[in-house]
Design a protein around this ligand. Structure first.
Ligand code: ACO
Length: 348
């Protein structure tokens, strides 16, 4: 049975850099508070007129495809992970298919927030192992800036996030000492509402009463959108300490699960690339697993938390900086809204 390797990798971040000091113009915060609590120094925000989640993902995909030594027409499946799609529906996968003039291949969208890319990698890995596909494009992309609230009321959320995209091409290999060894996926919906954006969502019954009870004159006036907006229900919510507590438990657990399954220990890791949630969370994982500084890759300082894009962006930068060589043991791990968490262990 073939294993999957990352045959090409790319990233794209918008040109607009916003430092912590830039954010102090909109909300009551400080560079010192943000750096101390999150590690973030600056982040990128998409150009509002011409950059979307799909367009950024497409730019990252072009690089990954070229580095894989194939053309867009060679891709035989697309998996797109995001929580900030261009449209409520359809998903972004078809927009990539259209923009890159790909064949009429399958396009799957994954909505698993911060763990979306690792979930996508796991799905792609199954298709490669089964022999169904040979070139799978996986994209993680986010345009958070369009939903962030730059008001002091949301400062504990908005200072953390940034925009960007990363992409990989997954391909089969028969080589002994290379490829994805295993992936591990988990969820616990008990705290689904503590890191969330509730609307637009079907829980919210836009109609105040049952549709059958309206008369014709009333139809059209009954949307609750104003009250939703007044109550800020169209903005992300986050119980920061609640997320922190669960993340520092589940991150190390899912890394150890992957290592144990394959007979390795943390000392064997060449590189752990965690989802860039918060530098303090990464440092906590490093401490818990007794990893040296050079075993953990962090770049949240430059880009903030880019949710589904954070793992492929970090993976791409680590690779560009020459931090992985063939045969190295690499672990990707993520935790986020849902809660969902996941890991992937591979030999580079
Ligand atoms: N600037 C200045 N002060 C702030 C800011 C800010 N940006 N945000 C919050 N504060 C204030 C609060 O108002 C509060 O003030 P008060 O004591 O006068 O009421 C004080 O700082 C402490 O607020 P907390 O929300 O309790 O701050 P905390 O120390 O928990 O830090 C943070 C907040 C950074 C979000 C932290 O809880 C955390 O790291 N949580 C993990 C969540 C996370 O990393 N999410 C990332 C996205 S989810 C994911 O990717 C897994």
């Amino acid at each position: 049975m073939p294993k999957s390797i990352i045959g090409g990798i790319g990233m794209y971040v918008p040109g607009n850099v916003y430092t912590n000091n830039d954010l102090t113009k909109f909300m009551d915060t400080s560079d010192e508070w943000i750096q101390e609590r999150t590690g973030v120094r600056e982040r990128r925000f998409a150009d509002r007129s011409n950059e979307t989640t799909a367009t950024m993902g497409i730019e990252a995909a072009k690089i990954a495809i070229e580095r894989a030594g194939i053309t867009p027409q060679d891709v035989d499946f697309i998996i797109f992970a995001t929580l900030s799609p261009d449209y409520y529906f359809p998903g972004c996968g078809v927009l990539v298919q259209r923009a890159l003039k790909m064949n009429e291949i399958g396009a799957l969208d994954i909505r698993n927030q911060c763990s979306g890319f690792v979930y996508a990698l796991s799905v792609g890995d199954q298709f490669i192992r089964s022999g169904m596909y040979k070139n799978i494009l996986i994209v993680g992309s986010e345009k958070h800036s369009f939903i962030l609230d730059f008001n002091t009321r949301s400062r504990h959320i908005s200072v953390i996030f940034g925009d960007g995209a990363g992409a990989v091409v997954l391909q089969p290999t028969e080589e002994e000492n290379r490829g994805i060894l295993s992936t591990h996926l988990h969820s616990d919906g008990n705290d689904a509402e503590i890191l969330a954006m509730y609307n637009p969502g079907s829980h919210a019954n836009h109609w105040v009463k049952n549709l059958a009870d309206y008369n014709e004159a009333e139809i059209g006036d009954q949307y609750e959108s104003h009250s939703m907006i007044d109550a800020a229900q169209n903005l992300p919510v986050m119980d920061g300490p609640g997320v922190f507590k669960k993340a520092v438990a589940k991150f190390p657990e899912v890394v150890l699960e992957a290592l144990n399954k394959n007979g390795y220990s943390p000392a064997d890791l060449a590189l752990l690339i965690p989802h860039q949630a918060n530098l303090r969370i990464s440092q906590f994982i490093q401490h818990k697993l007794k990893l040296r500084d050079e075993q953990v890759f962090n770049n949240i300082q430059k880009y903030g938390n880019t949710t589904a894009a954070s793992v492929p962006i970090a993976l791409c930068e680590a690779w560009q900086e020459g931090k992985m060589k063939q045969g190295d043991l690499i672990c990707l791990a993520a935790f986020g809204s849902g809660f969902t968490w996941a890991s992937a262990l591979m030999k580079w």
